[in-house]
Design a protein around this ligand. Sequence first.
Ligand code: ATP
Length: 513
Amino acid sequence: MAKQEDVFKKVVSHAKEYGFIFPSSEIYDGLSAIYDYGQNGAELKNNIKQYWWKAMVQLNENIVGIDSAIFMHPTIWKASGHVDAFNDPLIDNKDSKKRFRADVLVEDYCAKIEDKENKEIEKAAKRFGDAFDKAEFVATNPRVLEYRAKREAILSRLAKSLEKEDLADVKALIEELEIADPDTGSKNWTEVRQFNLMFGTKLGASADSATDLYLRPETAQGIFVNYLNVQKTSRHKLPFGIAQIGKAFRNEIVARQFIFRMREFEQMEMQYFVPPGTELEFYENWKKTRLNWHLALGLGEENYRFHDHEKLAHYANAAADIEFNFPFGFKELEGIHSRTDFDLSAHEKFSGRKIQYFDPERNENYVPYVVETSVGLDRLFLAIFSHCLKDEVLEDGSERTVLSLPPALAPVKAAILPLVKKDGLPEFADKIFNDLKFDFNVIFEEKDSIGKRYRRQDAIGTPFCITVDHDSLNDNTVTLRYRDTMEQERVPVSELRRIIDEKVNFRTLLSKI
Ligand code: ATP
């Protein structure tokens, strides 16, 4: 099996080679942790957005979507707590001059202990075969118990120190565990300091009158400050939700994992407004609904897990992440948070406006509670892209690289390929192209051998290739090739739209949720 780092390298290079993702400003040597989406990446990203938007806004009678501005009144970030508390603990290595997140250094240390734990379990599973009882082994094996206790003690100390803002203790923990710079092995660390992740900018032309602004670090606040407008104009009763897709900006300290952690990224967030006291029930429901949404993509149930937060953010009374098995291990993909009435109450206080809901059933006014689902679009892109990228050895010993994307998400739905560039075949293929283009994103390709053209389409995840040959001119049929099985069948041109649609339309995907 290929090593994880090799898999990840292949993902990055394939993304670039096939027009999915380019380093931003590349001809100027790029900009750290900023990426551009190319012709195929933009299509895939738009399709992922559609899948999310349709599942949220179209399928739920009580969820509406908005698009709020990136620039927002600066007091919003005071009210939300971002000015005072949106910090990460930073530490520098004095020898390598490299910067790290102190909490991540400790978490990575614990992840290594967890790897050892898993190896023990794997070894035992092999030894005992069918008779292996994992739950029993994990609960009783002294080594596993020791690893687990050590990990839990470290993480709990880290959580407590961060909560108390005791940064000296975070440094002490790093020293006690003898954590070294992963690249150079140096243990020569600076003190730990807090670093605010928001980007500042200015609004207005003259230096004296300009207002200091922040680029939004999350899209959620755009929803909160529009709660009253949307509730009044949509006339929805609680519970109801507001969804939004948009850019967010964070000056991340360490951003070295391609599009997993970027400084400019996109979020897809939905805030669900509910009566106080009902929030935990809705929270549990949204956890299930969101996991099912991910599972419908067919990337394998074993690649997802929940991680319930022990340390809760200042605004939450329950929180969990959906983690995905990325090429570098299980990491957060989506957050589901029960945010109480923290945000709306804070905006009431800071704006001086009443942000309340009159509940006709309870016959009272109150500030709604909120359950949030928040997924990073780029992270989701990476999850799907990296999982679907496969090298296959075929029966005849040859190899192919295939991107087995869920058909509804594929950038190109079908490629129309005349076998040769003469005898009227391109004209015949062109007619098919001009018919299908109204329903699907299709392409026409006549360069190179048919085998090479098939491989190129496999590599960008095109579910169908339609080959036009001399017989087509006589009997109006074409060869339809399926990406995943590589099977080919002869079909009438008149059937193409129906066959493609059945496979690639969003209905097929959405009805699996
Ligand atoms: P992390 O712990 O990985 O920094 P977070 O808990 O700060 O993430 P949230 O504030 O809950 O993230 O944001 C919601 C979602 O936005 C995350 O689950 C993730 O998918 C995405 N996200 C957050 N930060 C980034 C980033 N720098 N680059 C890409 N996606 C991000």
